[in-house]
Design a protein around this ligand. Structure first.
Ligand code: ATP
Ligand code: MG
Length: 399
């Protein structure tokens, strides 16, 4: 075993010493077998959340109704979830209520795909009742039990299957794909927030193109906000090499392909329930991208965009133009780094200075003057030095 499992072994041991069964489960075991980087280990335990809380002094209730407690120990945090079944499903969504159980196999059985339904004990022994290892070897996404039933229980699993195609470059097993194609309309019952999590993972996966193909072939895209009638435009997105693009850059490229502007971008992303801050950033990237495709950067635009937006815009510009070298990106970033100021607060003069120099009270003139100074510094007309700016302002006001 390797990190992050090694650090978590004492947590499992402590649970076992208290008389419970505890295992690594889910995505972390899958990714371990695939030799993929692992961010967090998921731990499943036969103890109830209350019992877990008695064992560890520092815990946080992060989803106690689903059986999950966060344990804080040695500067690490671990999500520990009680073995559970999901009881009755309603309206093709995961149930509100879950039942805690003491049996690992039943817990594994409620999981979506065989590759995600394995457990590993603290000695590295695998518990694999559904042949998950074979699925991994064959790069197959297959539901645990009847695909039709599993997708009817929780239709989000339909999207999860496709995002694993993107993330892992696996294929969907024939029966699973058949059921998925038939049941795609059930996705209309699923909360957009849950769809977004899966869609964003799909967008940044290594095999995004293949996943997009499946979205189109199965008509799944028709059940995603704002993509309902956009087959042609999604095909447009697939023409690009999107490797190495971040989540925000992928959203921006998608919006560019959909030919959305200004307010329409905001509406689209709000429908996907993106946080306001992300919406603003993505809007900015698309705006600068459109400009950049027409012309080179001006010094003033580099400044107002900021380093991150310049980087993202340049990456997308190169993707759209089919350029591969990083040379021009670097050139623009060098120019950005050489700007005499990076933000308004870098200006060596304050509003207070101006009021004192001109013996005037505050008012619109103050903002105007600051803007004038900002522009002059950026254009190299005056140095960002208090005395120099004062002299420059005085000569200006004499003319
Ligand atoms: P990632 O590496 O992207 O986190 P993951 O497989 O760990 O992938 P999570 O959403 O973190 O995905 O879920 C953890 C585990 O919980 C899964 O591996 C699976 O066993 C189970 N699981 C998650 N969502 C569902 C679902 N909708 N239905 C059934 N089981 C699920
Ligand atoms: Mg996970």
């Amino acid at each position: 075993m390797n990190e992050p499992f090694l650090s978590a072994i004492p947590v499992l041991k402590r649970l076992e010493d208290s008389g419970y069964e505890a295992y690594f489960v889910g995505g972390s075991v899958r990714d371990y077998l695939l030799k993929r980087p692992i961010s967090d280990v998921d731990i499943a335990v036969s103890a109830t959340p209350e019992e877990v809380k008695k064992i560890f002094p520092k815990t946080v209730d992060i989803g106690i109704e689903h059986g999950t407690v966060l344990v804080l120990i040695h500067n690490h945090s671990y999500e520990i979830t009680t073995f559970r079944t999901e009881g009755e499903y309603q309206d093709y969504r995961r149930p509100k209520e879950v039942a805690f159980i003491r049996n690992l196999n039943e817990d594994l059985q409620r999981r979506d795909f065989t590759m995600n339904a394995m457990a590993m004990d603290r000695y590295g022994t695998l518990i694999d009742p559904f042949n998950g290892q074979l699925a991994i070897k064959e790069k197959m996404i297959q539901t645990v039990g009847s695909a039709t039933e599993r997708f009817q229980e929780d239709a989000l699993r339909i999207m999860r299957a496709v995002r694993f195609v993107s993330q892992l470059s696996f294929s969907i097993e024939a029966d699973t794909l058949k059921a998925l194609t038939k049941l795609v309309p059930l996705l209309q019952n699923i909360a957009i927030e849950r769809k977004r999590v899966e869609f964003e993972k799909l967008l940044v996966g290594e095999n995004c193109h293949k996943a997009m193909e499946i979205l189109l072939e199965t008509n799944l895209f028709s059940f995603l906000p704002g993509l309902e009638n956009q087959k042609k435009l999604i095909e447009g997105l697939m023409a690009y090499n999107t490797k190495n693009l971040s989540k925000k850059e992928m959203w921006s490229l998608l919006l560019f392909c959909l030919n959305l502007h200004g307010k329409a971008i905001e509406v689209f992303l709000r429908n996907w329930r993106l946080p306001v801050k992300d919406i603003k950033e993505i809007q900015q990237i698309v705006e600068y991208l459109e400009k950049r495709l027409e012309q080179e950067w001006s010094v003033y635009d580099l400044y107002t965009a900021g380093r991150n937006t310049v980087t993202s815009t340049e990456k997308l510009h190169d993707v759209i133009k089919g350029l591969t070298g990083l040379q021009s990106q670097q050139q623009w970033l060098n120019l950005y780094d050489a700007l005499p100021i990076k933000q308004r607060s870098d200006i060596s003069v304050t509003g207070g200075d101006l009021m004192e120099w001109f013996q005037r009270h505050g008012g619109p003139w103050l903002k105007e003057t600051i803007l004038k100074i900002e522009y002059a510094i950026l254009m190299g007309v005056v140095m960002n030095d208090k005395q120099k700016i004062k002299e420059w302002l005085m000569t200006c006001s004499q003319n």
